[in-house]
Ligand binder design. Structure first.
Ligand SMILES: [Fe+2]
Ligand SMILES: [Fe+2]
Length: 380
């Protein structure tokens, strides 16, 4: 196969075409073309490595022709050298301005013509190689990015699965609270979205990654991992001593998450989880645990989770209490406004409580709702 490059030599003068062809034919396939019009016809089928273009031609001159070549993405990159009798500096400047890579005046030395064509073809093919490499590199980078994204997704999925499993293990042992974690997460979502919609605590919520914090709320009772079965699975209400043991789950939860942090590295997910675990039993009036924080000293996420957590505790059946209705839960929670719960967040809870009841209705419980019984808001 002839792998020589093709040159298009465009000139209306037959003698010039001959001289040019003779100068180049030892190294290249040379198409001699008598007019710009003919050149465009040929370009439909052949893309040469270079075009040598005369300026003065009937019908269309070289300046006009190069403008069309450079306007067309298909021919834009074909290098053009003007080969012309117009030898003024202005002509040369005009030709180069229009996009030609060189300007050779007639009469020319065949040797010089050949050398200049050779140089330009070499430069152009190197540019093509570079362009190809750049594209390959770009593609490689894109693939690499996709690979990294895919791996990251797998790691995140795995991490979530591990953490979800940890939460499930706790829930399994604490079998009285089946589905508690999932429901609390759903209620928390309503509160968080309501808060953001109403632009409350914007200075805090603006930094939240809602999806991540909802996921991390699954770990709020992770500290129950260290509470003995005799307390965790007790079928009757806890006595004072047992209750004190149960209360440890908040501090233990923080410790468990700190342990994960020490083994891996700190991240928002674990930061949120620590707040949830440590602050969901604090009370607005300072009588909660583990730290007895009061008011705005209780982290906002802890205050929100407290409402979601207690709502679920009231509306779920426990061995030591029956499930109460949504209306009763609202009443009880409202009664805790300013003592157990942040007043502002209780106002929000009341505003979004229709969504609570709709969400709650979507969950299946092991026992029917609606029966009234003794309730404990802290054993959850
Ligand atoms: Fe708890
Ligand atoms: Fe809980």
């Amino acid at each position: 196969m002839d792998d020589r490059k093709t040159i298009m030599l465009v000139d209306d003068n037959i003698a010039n075409l001959k001289i040019g062809k003779n100068a180049l034919m030892a190294l290249y396939n040379v198409f001699t073309v008598p007019s710009a019009k003919k050149m465009f016809e040929l370009l439909e089928r052949n893309k040469p490595a270079l075009i040598l273009l005369d300026v003065d031609m009937p019908d269309m001159d070289g300046y006009e022709a190069i403008k069309i070549l450079k306007d067309n993405p298909d021919t834009l990159k074909i290098p053009v050298i003007f080969l012309t009798g117009k030898s003024g500096v202005e002509d040369e400047v005009k030709g180069l301005t229009l996009g030609a890579i060189d300007y050779i005046s007639k009469p020319f030395s065949p040797f010089i013509l050949r050398k200049r064509v050779e140089v330009h073809i070499l430069v152009n093919s190197q540019q093509e190689v570079l362009e190809k490499q750049r594209k390959e590199l770009q593609e490689f980078n894109n693939n690499l990015q996709n690979l990294v994204d895919e791996k990251t997704k797998t790691v995140v999925e795995l991490q979530n699965a591990v953490l979800k499993t940890m939460a499930d293990i706790v829930e399994c042992r604490d079998d009285v609270t089946g589905g508690h974690i999932e429901r609390v997460q759903a209620y928390l979502k309503i509160l968080v979205e309501g808060l953001i919609e109403r632009k409350l605590y914007e200075d805090i919520t603006k930094d939240w990654d809602v999806e991540l914090l909802l996921l991390s709320s699954q770990l709020h009772d992770i500290g129950k991992i260290g509470i003995s079965d005799s307390v965790l699975q007790k079928k009757t209400a806890l006595n004072e001593e047992e209750y004190e043991i149960m209360k440890r789950h908040a501090t233990l939860g923080v410790k468990v998450i700190e342990k994960i942090e020490a083994e891996s590295s700190a991240c928002d997910f674990l930061e949120y989880a620590k707040i949830f675990a440590g602050a969901h039993h604090e009370r607005w009036d300072g009588t909660g645990y583990p730290k007895g924080l009061a008011g705005e000293d209780i982290p906002l996420l802890g205050r929100l989770l407290a409402i979601a957590d207690v709502y679920d505790a009231i509306t779920s059946k426990r061995p030591y209490k029956k499930a109460l209705t949504h209306d009763k839960a609202v009443k009880l929670i409202l009664a805790g406004k300013g003592t157990h719960f942040s007043p502002e967040l209780i106002d929000l809870f009341i505003e979004v409580s229709d969504t609570f009841v709709a969400t709650q209705a979507g969950f299946t419980y092991t026992s029917p709702l609606g029966e009234e019984g003794k309730s404990s808001l802290d054993h959850n």
